[in-house]
Structures are given as structure tokens and as C-alpha cells.
Design a protein around this ligand. Structure first.
Ligand SMILES: [Mg+2]
Length: 370
């Protein structure tokens, strides 16, 4: 299959409420969408990068450069026999997983659409509904946190994750445990600690957490393997796992027993499928995290989560959790409390709300095959 045209749109949306983590506050959501066309059919992908390099190195500026100068020209020349050929088409470009993932996802959508099959079935998903957890940013007071979490528990979320950072860790976790003794609860540190904090990290064991996510350096595996021997709380890796190879290394060292898979972080659906297979074979915990995605990225996450290797609730909350108005119609909503149904339409299945999207588009460029 030849791709004859790629449209690259830069989109800016406002978050419903600022989202604070250990590395800052997100107020606006600015990202790229790629639409790829072949013989009148099209596929769409959403990029996970932000304007800042605070989660990982890639930014919207780096994505734009790499996509325009290197990935789109390769895509427009390649003859794709399967969507996993994206790995081959982009092999010469090192790293830049988020840039690659946007185009890789669009290929999977295009191929599934061409076959008239919903993406989740096309990739082998077996669930038609997925369990959803919630990620709660750092709150101004403990009272505000407890109240917020209570609202999400009432709304039916299956698991609550709170962001923690030094000075905001044991106290909020203790407060939540007192009020919600049986709630599946976890903490995400986004690399805010080091092994110097071992005494503090040992106290996480007091709270019966389902996991502590990425406590140490964003690119570390070895030190996490040391920490794993010192605490009983299971370690989940997020930032450190960017490929199947990274996961193999982490598994061999015993650095984690759970993976937070973010499709944009690992270069797309193709690599995500390999990681899901590995986790299943090695009986690891696996769940789908989020990068505050708009509707398109959210729909891909739901499709991935239908694979049976995803055995823990993901951060695939409804659109209204993050945005006043999403770019898809209908928006992502609960099918029943705490669950979201997979899209049964061909491809990724979500329908773009063109009128809304047009309001949010900052720039749009088209690239055509020669
Ligand atoms: Mg994380």
C-alpha cells in the first residue's frame, strides 16, 4: 500500500483543569495529529509529545522537525504490506518514538479500516470493554485530595493513582488509606526520588499499594532493580521502558514486575504488541497509561487495552475528565461505571468532530508523494 498524502495538524486545546505532577503543571494541551491517505482511505494518529521535554526528551518542536524532514518523506516512498512495516520504514531514524508512534498508529488505523475491521479486533483484542482507573494530580491540600478521590470512587473508577513528589508522599497516601482502606491505590513519582530516599521509600510498604510507578531516574533500570530488593511494594516502570529491548533488560534484572505501557513512548502499536506479548509470556502486570491524550489517542489506548495481556485498569478516563470539548464525536464516555467500550466501527473507530477540530487547529500542512 502506498501513502499518497499526509496532513499534519498542530492542535491546541485547553485542559478542563490544570494537571500537576512532580515536573510541572499542564494548562494547555498542544499536540500534532497526522492524517495519512491511500486511494481515498485514511488513517489518523495522535502524537504524545508536549511543548516541554519534562516527561521525555521529545517535544512538539522536535516531533515537527523529525516528522517533516525524515519520517514523512520515508513514509511517502515506502510500499506497506502490513502496518508493522512502519518499523522498517522508519528504522534509519533513531529514537524519536513519539514522532514515529503517531505515523505508526495512523498506519494501523488505515489498514484496519481497509479491511473493514475494528482496530481492537484487528490487533487481536478479546475484551469489548476495558476497566478504567484515574490518575489524580498533586492537590493543594490533603482535604482537597481526599474529596477529589472520593468523587472518583463514587463515579466507579476501578483504581486510583496519585502523583507524589518529595514533601507530598507519605502524608497524602496515609490520609487516603485511612478513608479508603480497600481502594486499589498506587503512586506515581515520575522519577522524583533517588536511592538516597530508601528509608522513605520503604514506608510505602505501609499502605498496601498495588504499585509504585517510576520512583527513580527516568532512564534508569539498574537502580530500580536494587530498590526492588529493598521494598515489598511492586515496582512499575513507565519512562524507562521505550522498547521491547528495554523491557527484556528490566525483566532480566528484576527491576519491575509491572509495566505502564504508553503507546507513544514505545514508538507505536507495532512495538506495543511485542511488549504486550512479552508481559503475557512472563506473567507481568501490564496496564495502559496516558499522556493526557485527546480523543484519537484515547481511542487507540482503549483498543490496545482490549488485548488480554493488559490485566490492570488503565488511565483511559472519559474525555470529560480532561477537556470541555473533545475533538471526537461521540466523546469517550463510560459504558458502565468505570468501564469503556471498544469502538466497533472499522479502524480506531472514533469519529472526528470536524467543526470542533477546526476551532483548535493552529497550523495545517500537506505533504504529497512525488
Ligand atoms: Mg508515570
Amino acid at each position: 500500500m502506498k501513502i499518497d498524502r499526509v496532513e499534519l495538524k498542530r492542535v491546541k486545546m485547553t485542559m478542563r483543569e490544570p494537571f500537576e505532577t512532580s515536573f510541572g503543571v499542564e494548562v494547555d494541551k498542544e499536540f500534532f495529529l497526522a492524517l495519512i491517505y491511500s486511494d481515498g482511505a485514511f488513517g489518523i494518529g495522535e502524537c504524545g509529545a508536549a511543548n516541554d521535554p519534562f516527561y521525555l526528551e521529545e517535544t512538539n518542536a522536535s516531533v515537527y522537525y523529525v516528522v517533516k524532514e525524515f519520517l514523512i518523506p520515508r513514509m511517502l516512498k515506502f510500499d506497506f504490506r502490513s502496518p508493522s512495516d512502519g518499523i522498517e520504514a522508519f528504522r534509519q531514524v533513531r529514537g524519536n518514538q513519539m514522532a514515529k508512534a503517531m505515523l505508526d498508529a495512523a498506519l494501523w488505523d488505515l489498514f484496519a479500516k481497509t479491511e473493514g475491521t475494528p482496530l481492537f479486533r484487528y490487533i487481536g483484542g478479546t475484551k469489548t470493554e476495558v476497566a478504567v482507573g484515574i490518575s489524580v494530580g498533586i492537590q493543594p491540600t490533603i482535604e482537597a485530595l481526599v474529596e477529589k478521590v472520593g468523587g472518583y470512587v463514587d463515579a466507579g473508577y476501578k483504581r486510583v493513582k496519585i502523583k507524589i513528589k518529595p514533601g507530598y508522599d507519605l502524608v497524602p497516601l496515609r490520609a487516603l488509606r485511612e478513608v479508603f482502606p480497600d481502594l486499589p491505590l498506587m503512586a506515581d513519582a515520575n522519577s522524583a526520588y533517588s536511592l538516597d530516599d530508601l528509608d522513605l521509600l520503604r514506608h510505602l510498604d505501609d499502605f498496601g499499594l498495588t504499585m509504585i510507578e517510576q520512583p527513580l531516574n527516568y532512564d534508569d533500570v539498574y537502580q530500580h532493580s536494587i530498590l526492588a530488593k529493598e521494598i515489598a511494594t511492586p515496582i512499575c516502570l513507565d519512562e524507562s521502558i521505550r522498547s521491547l529491548g528495554d523491557l527484556e533488560e528490566a525483566y532480566a534484572l528484576g527491576a519491575c514486575s509491572i509495566v505502564n505501557l504508553k503507546m507513544p513512548r514505545v514508538g507505536g502499536i507495532s512495538e506495543s504488541l511485542k511488549i504486550e506479548k512479552f508481559c503475557k509470556e512472563h506473567k507481568m502486570g501490564l496496564w495502559c497509561g496516558g499522556l493526557l491524550e485527546a480523543g484519537v489517542g484515547r481511542a487507540f489506548n482503549v483498543a490496545l487495552t482490549t488485548l488480554d495481556g493488559f490485566n490492570m485498569p488503565g488511565d483511559t478516563a472519559p474525555s470529560a475528565r480532561y477537556f470541555e470539548k473533545d475533538i471526537i464525536n461521540p466523546e469517550v464516555v463510560f459504558s458502565s461505571a468505570g468501564t469503556i467500550a471498544a469502538w466497533e466501527l472499522p479502524g480506531v473507530g472514533c469519529q472526528i468532530d470536524d467543526e470542533t477540530l477546526d476551532k483548535f487547529v493552529v497550523t495545517s500542512e500537506t505533504f504529497e508523494a512525488e
